[in-house]
Every structure is written in structure tokens, then in C-alpha cells.
Design a protein around this ligand. Structure first.
Ligand code: FES
Length: 303
């Protein structure tokens, strides 16, 4: 069965909707219960500190370790009994890695796009089943039932493989965890995009140059120019709100620094592109940032 067909079949399972909705609501409430402590944890689990989604990094640990365990189990089955302890160690390393992958995965799932939510849920359930099988295998091995432990681990490997396949679908087909950027090219040199008197104080404004969308923000004597598409799931930043020195996405609340586009609050993990802006003859001009933080940074109105 093709991944696309499998994903379509999963999406047809309407009976999963109450499970999805209930889990999403429970997670939202859990993280909202103590935002002071919950938000930094959420930022860390999304991978803001890494500048990259953390979940796909951690999933490599169980998948890699369980692949090693599979190979060593095979060697042991073929008579090379000295590989048994190595297989057990790899299996247990994978279990520890699976805990981190689960924590980051469920945090990402909370903010996943609606069309990917059901496949993400099944991906998580399959991972839980795989981890349960590996835990059972680990216990069987500790009790000396090595043959049974190897068979259980093999079942876990098969389930983890199907789940990893769905994980790949979420990344490549649904672009989950991928920084969203525009398909068109931003202006390399300064080009006028709007009259200065059309910009309102502290009100984000969408502009375009040859199909490339940007958002401009006038704040005091500064004009900031950033990419219009949120790097999380492509939300329209011009419909977001100013929050101190940040612009907040209207879809899931990611906050980006006006100054350098860095992520101040998840679920986005990749920064928003920032552009040089200046004012010439009453028009705001923008171009690709050449030296962030130097004199070509966000423009002062006096220029
Ligand atoms: S699209 Fe999700 S935070 Fe912007």
C-alpha cells in the first residue's frame, strides 16, 4: 500500500475524531494550566533553542538503536550468542530515546495542521505500541526468555517501521516540521513597496514585490520588514499582533523578534526572514537583508 493511500484511509476514520479532539483539548489545558512554567518547557520541546524541530532529531535514537538491536538479534539467532548483550543494550537505549521522541512529538502534534492531525495521532499510537512491545521484550530478556524476547522485538520493529513511514509522510506531504517560506524570490536590491503614509503605527501591513509577500511594521521611528509567511505552518503574519518587540502569528501564537526574526515563542522553531528597509521620497523600500544588525537593518524614518 502506498503511503498516500494509507494516509487517506486513516483520514477516512471518522471515529477517531472524538479521540483527536479530546487529546488536543487535554493537551491545550495542560500547557495552559501554568503558562509561566509551561511555555518555556513547550518552547524547549518544540526545539526553539535548536533553531530546528527537535522531534525528528530524537526519533533517530530509537529507530537507529532498534535497527542495531534487530541486526544483533539476527546474529544471535544464527548462533553468534556473544551479540546478545549488545542487542539488549541497543534495545534499552532505544526505549530511553523513545521517551524523548514521545514528549517532543506530542508537543508538536498539539499545534499540527488539521489535515495532518489524524495521521499524526495514528503515528503516535503506533509508536506507543512499538515502545510497549520493546519494553515487553526487554522484560522477557531479563527473565531469560531470549527467544520470546527476540520475536516480540521483531514485532516492535515492524510496527515502528510503519510508524516511521507515516512520520515521513507528515514531513514530506504535510510539511510538518518544515520551515515554511515563500516559493518566489525576495527583492535583491531596494524596491519601493508602499507609500510611507499608508503605514499605520503598530499595525502590521502586508505588501508584495513580484509575488513575494512581506509584512511591514511601523513602530515609533522604525520600520521593520519581515517575511509574511510564519515558518511554523505558513500563517499570515500581517494578520498577527504586535506584542512588545515581537510580532505574534495569528494561527498558533508563535512570536518572532521584530529586530532579527528570531523565535521568542514556539511552536515555530525556525526564524522569520528579516529584510532591510528604508524610506526614500516618501516610499518604503525593502531588499534582502545584507548585514543584519549593521546600518542596513530596519530603517529609521529619517532616512
Ligand atoms: S502558523 Fe502556527 S504559529 Fe504561525
Amino acid at each position: 500500500m502506498q503511503t498516500e493511500s494509507l494516509a487517506r484511509a486513516i483520514n477516512r476514520q471518522q471515529w477517531l475524531k472524538p479521540v483527536e479532539d479530546g487529546l488536543k483539548k487535554g493537551l491545550d489545558q495542560a500547557f495552559a494550566a501554568d503558562t509561566e512554567r509551561g511555555k518555556p518547557i513547550e518552547n524547549a520541546l518544540h526545539g526553539v533553542w535548536l533553531g530546528h524541530a527537535l522531534h525528528p532529531v530524537l526519533t533517530d535514537i530509537p529507530l537507529g538503536a532498534w535497527t542495531v538491536a534487530f541486526a544483533l538479534d539476527l546474529a544471535e539467532t544464527c548462533g553468534a550468542r556473544r551479540y546478545g548483550p549488545g542487542a539488549d543494550a541497543a534495545l534499552n537505549i532505544g526505549l530511553v530515546g523513545a521517551l524523548g521522541a514521545a514528549a517532543t512529538g506530542i508537543t508538536d502534534w498539539k499545534e499540527i495542521s488539521v489535515e495532518a492531525r489524524r495521521v499524526g495521532l495514528v503515528h503516535g499510537v503506533l509508536n506507543t505500541i512499538a515502545a510497549g512491545l520493546y519494553l515487553t521484550s526487554s522484560i522477557q530478556r531479563a527473565r531469560g526468555k531470549r527467544q520470546a524476547g527476540r520475536v516480540t522485538a521483531l514485532a516492535g520493529f515492524a510496527v515502528a517501521g510503519v510508524s516511521a513511514w507515516l512520520g515521513g509522510h507528515l514531513v514530506y506531504a504535510n510539511q510538518i516540521g518544515v520551515a515554511r517560506t515563500s516559493e518566489t524570490t525576495p527583492p535583491a536590491d531596494f524596491v519601493p513597496v508602499i507609500r510611507l503614509d499608508e503605514l499605520e503605527e503598530a499595525k502590521p501591513r502586508r505588501v508584495e514585490h513580484e509575488g513575494y509577500p512581506l509584512v511591514l511594521v511601523k513602530k515609533g521611528d522604525r520600520i521593520y520588514a519581515l517575511a509574511e509567511k510564519c515558518t511554523h505552518l505558513g500563517g499570515p503574519m500581517s494578520e498577527g499582533e504586535l506584542d512588545g518587540d515581537c510580532l505574534r502569528c495569528p494561527w498558533h501564537g508563535s512570536a518572532f523578534s521584530l529586530e532579527d526574526g528570531s523565535v521568542k515563542e514556539s511552536p515555530a522553531t525556525a526564524p522569520l526572514a528579516v529584510f532591510d528597509a528604508r524610506v526614500r521620497q516618501g516610499s518604503v523600500e525593502v531588499r534582502v537583508s545584507r548585514s543584519l544588525g549593521a546600518d542596513t537593518g530596519p530603517a529609521g524614518l529619517q532616512k
